[in-house]
Design a protein around this ligand. Structure first.
Ligand SMILES: [Zn+2]
Length: 293
């Protein structure tokens, strides 16, 4: 046995060696995604795919893992180097692509189909909606994580297609064509909506991002994404549909939403998403990206 996994074998709720047969895709490798990727490598995931088109800047140094001497490199390239230093046995695939268009889209769709779980670690609401739709379409489990604009709150949502509420279910406050119901999540209750819709994080003139980012909050959210991911992959515990972390109050709250039968992404009326529906989702995604630019 590889000595590096010795302490994991003592874990009584699951057999971590089964992770060697699993494949994970991490989209976005900033503060959240780089930490998710490191955790997956430390516990011995079989195959890890990382996707991000961004390059490193000095402003990224408040997050974990990256170093100033890597500035200018693609984040996926800098992260691959780091992860292979930790464990050269892991099969790591790095794609420096935007997943919503061109070659990046093709690579993303291909990798989703090959992955047991997809971790969403991006900072735009539109891309979250996009990933949710594509993971539901391919019936792959999607674990989204995000931190709020103020840097001290965040949330994790686990989408198991056909079983749990998807990322689009009940987010009727988006105004994407459904009426509010008593189950609608209010903007104030939902850190992701609050940050994207109420307080756009980028200066509209300059496009400069001024989102607060605390390494503490990012690491907590990344760890929660992985913890739920392990429970799903190794079939132990009770996978949470939605976890909300509030660092001001020092609490993590759990919500399990019912699926919305009228959800435009996972609604029962169409187990197979048609192209028209997907186009609408993508248009909505673009609209929200514009709002946060
Ligand atoms: Zn849904």
């Amino acid at each position: 046995m590889d000595e590096r996994y010795q302490r994991l074998t003592l874990f009584e709720f699951a057999d971590f060696s089964k992770l060697r047969e699993k494949s994970a895709l991490v989209v976005g490798v900033g503060g959240l995604g780089a930490t998710v990727a490191e955790i997956l490598v430390r516990v011995g995931i079989g195959r890890l795919v990382i996707m991000d088109y961004d390059t490193l800047e000095m402003a990224n140094m408040n997050r974990m893992i990256y170093k100033p001497n890597q500035i200018g490199k693609f984040k996926v390239e800098a992260l691959s180097e780091y992860l292979l230093e930790i464990n050269e046995q892991i099969d790591i695939v790095a794609h420096p692509f935007n997943i919503t268009s061109g070659d990046g889209y093709k690579a993303f769709m291909d990798e989703v189909g090959k992955s047991d779980v997809i971790f969403g670690c991006v900072d735009t609401f539109g891309v979250r909606l996009f990933m949710n739709a594509k993971c539901v379409e391919q019936k792959r489990t999607f674990i989204d994580g995000g931190a709020s604009l103020d840097g001290i709150r965040g949330s994790v949502q686990v989408v198991i297609p056909g079983k749990t509420a998807c990322y689009r279910c009940h987010r009727h406050t988006l105004g994407l064509g459904k009426e509010k119901s008593e189950k609608t999540v209010s903007v104030k209750e939902d850190p992701m909506l609050y940050l994207e819709l109420e307080e756009p994080g980028k200066d509209r003139q300059t496009g400069i991002c001024h989102l607060t980012s605390l390494p503490t909050t990012m690491t907590i959210i990344a760890a929660l994404q992985c913890q739920e991911g392990f429970k799903y992959l190794l079939e132990f515990g009770d996978v949470a549909n939605y976890l909300m972390y509030n660092g001001i109050r020092g609490v993590i709250e759990r919500y399990d939403w019912e699926r919305d039968p009228k959800c435009p992404v996972c609604g029962e009326a169409k187990d197979k998403l048609d192209d028209e529906k997907l186009r609408k989702i993508e248009e909505a995604a673009k609209m929200f990206d514009e709002m946060t630019k």
